[in-house]
Design a protein around this ligand. Structure first.
Ligand SMILES: [Cu+2]
Length: 465
């Protein structure tokens, strides 16, 4: 497989003139779809003027650390649709009535039938320890159904009465037109080794907390290798002697596990079983000789639920994983002489301070990918998050040819590739048609919210050859 990172990096940074025109085109289509949805939403939202209060469904979004929903609703038979769009476990409790949703993991949702709430002011909070104090508390005013013309400020209600549908349309259009947005910092950058006299390839990783612009203007305290999220990409050959010097500048201990890569047991990176914890301010040297090709990753194994999701993950690729050149799969012949024009490691995350993201960025800060009609693309999906992500590529079917870096005897075509935590899928696709083609996780709350498009979305900008 050719090493194509120059092309990869440059295609990320230069967006050709005309890309925005193409974006405008798809935005037109999407606007039409949004209009249709809005019409259906109104049609199904109840809220007629007959005087009898129609049942209503109120949407709530839980995240770190806020509860987003309407400030005011009218008294009526009410259900709460509660969605956890964050990464940690949350719930929703109504203090005055004691009603509670189940505990929801990130991405989960539940419907609470709360009945006919009497007019008054209610306190809504999350009862997970510390979360209310951290900001997960809000007030809900329930007004009598006769006087329910006010409100309208709540953005999560969607009950059909006090929702500003036009504002929802506009928020989505604006968020999409903001793509691609420039932000500081780019992860996955190739890390050059120092070649020692005996041929050993030596890499240095400094582990520290750094400011990281996840989405435009939003900086988080990322836990990063060499100041990048994902950490720098390490690429070596089969049979290489590898040395990785780790300098821990975190406020706590850490270690590094080489996921999907064979190492001596004492290099597996699982403190305290295979090594001592690399304490704050300490360093450690990992040394191993690579045995076979791998689409591997490296990440912290100590308090990984926090360290990895906060950014301590990166791609580690060994040798060449063969692409099925010359093979015929489901009637489609893969050219024997194809050359790979773009090779893209795409690391998925959904939790910690980084949150729902592709390669450490949330839409519209995700990198656009630019190619020409006819180009062949290899993508390595990595999931370093806590949830499964069905990665959907518009227009171009993806030939899954390796799972966890292991070549498949029977590759298969898929337009949506499910990637579970810890998994890697390598896919081949060809950019067959010009235009802007979006590429995203298909769990819809991972890509869209009331404020518009965000999270796990990017796009191909395909030009005529
Ligand atoms: Cu997802």
């Amino acid at each position: 497989m050719p090493q194509d990172y120059d092309l990869f990096v440059s295609s990320q940074s230069d967006t050709p003139a005309g890309a925005f025109d193409k974006l405008l085109l798809i935005v037109g289509v999407v606007a039409a779809a949004a209009l249709i949805l809005a019409v259906f939403g109104i049609a199904s939202g109840g809220g007629g003027d007959s005087g009898e209060a129609a049942p209503q469904t109120i949407s709530w979004e839980l995240s770190e650390f806020s509860i987003d929903g309407p400030a005011q609703i009218s008294s009526a038979p009410t259900s709460f649709q509660v969605v956890n769009v964050g990464g940690q476990i949350h719930n929703l409790v109504i203090e005055e009535t004691g009603q509670s949703s189940p505990d929801l993991a990130g991405g989960e949702s539940a419907v609470m039938n709360v009945g006919d709430l009497q007019p008054g002011t209610y306190t809504i909070f999350c009862s997970i320890a510390g979360h209310r104090e951290a900001g997960m508390e809000t007030q809900l005013v329930v007004s009598s159904s006769a006087g329910s013309t006010g409100g309208g400020e709540g953005h999560g209600g969607h009950s059909g009465e006090n929702v500003d549908w036009e504002a929802l349309d506009q928020a989505m259009m604006d968020s999409m037109l903001a793509f691609p947005a420039e932000t500081e910092g780019l992860g996955n950058q190739p890390l050059e080794p120092r070649i020692l006299p005996d041929g050993t390839k030596e890499f240095e990783l400094e582990v520290a907390i750094v400011p990281w612009e996840v989405e435009p203007g939003v900086f988080v305290d990322a836990w990063a290798y060499n100041g990048q999220v994902p950490g720098p990409m390490i690429r070596v050959d089969v049979g290489d002697k590898v040395r990785v010097l780790v300098d821990n500048q975190l406020p706590m201990g850490t270690d590094i596990h080489w996921h999907g890569i064979a190492t001596p047991n004492n290099m597996d990176g699982v403190a305290p079983l295979t090594q001592d914890l690399i304490k704050s301010g300490e360093s450690f040297v990992y040394e191993f000789t690579t045995r076979k090709p791998a689409i591997g990753m490296y990440h912290a194994h100590h308090h990984a639920q926090m360290q990895v999701t906060n950014g301590l993950f990166g791609a580690f690729i060994i040798g060449d994983t063969p692409v099925p050149r010359g093979m015929t799969v489901s009637g489609v012949e893969i050219p024997a002489d194809l050359t790979i024009d773009h090779e893209i490691p795409m690391i998925l995350n959904d939790a910690g301070v980084i949150g729902l993201s592709l390669n450490g960025k949330s839409f519209p800060a995700t990198q656009p990918y630019v190619g020409k009609v006819g180009d062949w693309v290899v993508v390595h999906y990595y999931n370093e998050g806590l949830q499964i992500h069905p990665m959907h590529q518009h227009q171009f079917p993806q030939l899954v040819f390796a799972k966890d870096g292991i070549p498949l005897d029977q590759p298969y075509w898929s337009d949506t590739v499910n990637v579970a935590p810890g998994e890697r899928y390598s896919v081949l696709l060809q950019l067959e048609d010009p235009g802007v083609w979006v590429w995203h996780c298909h769990i819809l709350t991972h890509v869209e919210r009331d404020e518009g498009m965000f999270g796990m979305v990017t796009a191909w900008i395909v030009e005529e050859a």
